[in-house]
Design a protein around this ligand. Structure first.
Ligand code: ATP
Ligand code: MG
Length: 449
């Protein structure tokens, strides 16, 4: 029994002797993907792994023998130094969330675990740190927090709406009472009623002013949230698109089912790209960071080419898509936005029409160009027309709805038109069809070029 023990511990000893060489241990530490650093009692770097050098963007030989003050902004180095001191003094490990600016100026959020041991030969304390990059986690946490703010925002918006209704009701009641009492000629009574109503109205106004301030703050939070969320979605989508392009090169080797799958992924990622683009554009507009550019646009040519590209959306449906364009001068407008507006309106017309005719009519009316998109589709109930241009509004928003989309197209279209000084209106008869008519002012038009 004892022999066995001796021989087995001998085997471990052999193994240790074989692998416990400095080169072997260094290789292990350099293979670790988390940045690791070791400092002496004077806070000087005495050992670093490759991941650390890569993370902060400096070479190993630039770092050895130096301290945090040689590489990081003073405010950051002060914090790192203090946390080192805490560990040196207490002999206890600590974990801190801090920010670190790398050699390129990129600020990263990190969680650093610092622990301590005493070097046998010198008796000096040595600090070992491991860094974890938590930038992405923090961004997501922040976005989730803002999502909560968004809920509060919606509640407040509803609350404000209710208060407005109440205020309107009170004013109507007051008018009623005054009318009734006018024949009683009781001026005193009328004045009392008036005073009461005035007070109630003032109270409500105060409440409204307060909730308006809060709404503004939350509106900003909502814009920030939309920005973060859409950027977070954009990056993975770019990767998906790149891989889809690669897969396209192997198409001939695919079975029918695999090809269908590939097409479905493409279709869905295109939809996602449009949605993200719309959200980003909306938040740009809402935060005032939206800029219009101007190019010479031949309206007739442009409409014909847009119609041509959108024809694929008709698919198997029996729809005639035609354009009737009067003589129009070349206009100077934001070409991409002009395309987006028409893509949205004609895209909707095709989506919500099963058969019949979709026509695009463009004319010049005095100092306006006027474009009408008419369809013979499902139409829109009269009481819903006023909501069409709100963010995320859809007439049918049930889970089982037939038509895709997110209800951002028209909201964005209206904003893009109004920012250029134009207007848009919708008319519709349920079951018969709809017309969307928009104008752009003539001052965008260069008199013949
Ligand atoms: P998205 O444009 O974001 O992909 P969407 O098409 O549902 O989604 P909008 O373009 O904003 O959103 O339109 C809002 C809603 O207005 C639609 O969901 C639909 O209910 C109604 N609508 C818009 N255009 C038409 C149309 N031509 N005929 C019938 N209903 C329409
Ligand atoms: Mg749409």
């Amino acid at each position: 029994m004892d022999d066995k023990k001796i021989s087995s511990s001998g085997a471990i000893g052999d193994m240790e002797a074989k692998y416990k060489t400095p080169t072997f241990i260094n290789r292990i530490i350099d293979t670790l993907t988390d940045p690791i650093f070791v400092k002496d009692k004077d806070h000087k770097f005495i050992f670093l792994n490759d991941a650390f050098c890569k993370f902060i963007g400096h070479k190993k030989d630039e770092l050895i023998g130096k301290s945090d003050y040689d590489f990081f902004p003073k405010e950051q180095a002060d914090i790192f130094w203090k946390k080192d001191d805490d560990v040196f003094r207490s002999n206890e490990a600590n974990v801190n969330e801090e920010s670190l600016t790398d050699s390129k100026g990129v600020v990263k959020l990190i969680s650093t675990t610092k622990s301590i041991f005493t070097d046998d030969s010198s008796g000096n304390k040595i600090l070992v740190g491991i860094i974890r990059d938590i930038t992405e986690r923090k961004t997501v946490e922040e976005a989730l927090k803002k999502n909560k703010d968004l809920e509060t925002f919606n509640k407040l918006a509803v609350d404000r709406e209710l208060k407005m209704i109440e205020l309107k009701k009170k004013i109507a009641e007051l008018k009623n009472q005054l009318e009734k009492k006018s024949d009683e000629k009781s001026l005193i009574l009328k004045n009392e009623e008036l005073e009461k109503a005035k007070l109630a109205a003032l109270n409500m106004m105060e409440d409204l002013a307060e909730s308006n301030v809060h709404l503004k703050e939350l509106d900003q939070a909502k814009t920030d949230f939309l920005n973060i969320a859409s950027h977070e979605l954009k990056t993975p989508l770019t990767a998906i698109s790149a891989y889809l392009d690669v897969l396209d090169d192997y198409k001939e080797q695919f079975s029918k089912e695999q090809l269908q799958g590939l097409e479905a992924i493409k279709r869905n990622s295109n939809q996602l790209r449009t949605l993200i683009g719309n959200i980003l554009e909306l938040s740009r507009i809402e935060s005032g960071r939206f800029e219009l550019s101007k190019q010479d646009v031949d309206v007739e040519k442009k409409i014909v080419s847009i119609i041509d590209t959108l024809k694929v959306l008709i698919g198997e449906k029996n729809i005639e898509l035609k354009a009737d364009i009067g003589k129009l001068p070349v206009i100077s407008t934001d070409e991409l936005r002009f395309e987006e507006i028409l893509n949205n309106l004609i895209g909707n017309a095709i989506k919500f029409t099963d058969h019949g005719i979709i026509s695009v009519v463009a004319t010049q009316e005095k100092d306006l160009i006027c474009i009408k998109v008419t369809d013979t589709g499902i139409g829109i109930p009269e009481d819903k027309i006023k909501n069409l241009f709100q963010n995320f509004y859809q007439v049918d928003s049930s889970l089982g709805r037939r038509y895709g989309g997110t209800g951002l197209g028209l909201a964005l279209t209206k904003k893009m038109i109004e920012l250029q000084g134009g207007t848009i209106i919708a008319e519709s008869l349920p079951g018969k069809g709809s017309t969307f008519k928009f104008t752009l002012p003539i001052n965008l038009i260069k008199k013949d070029s």
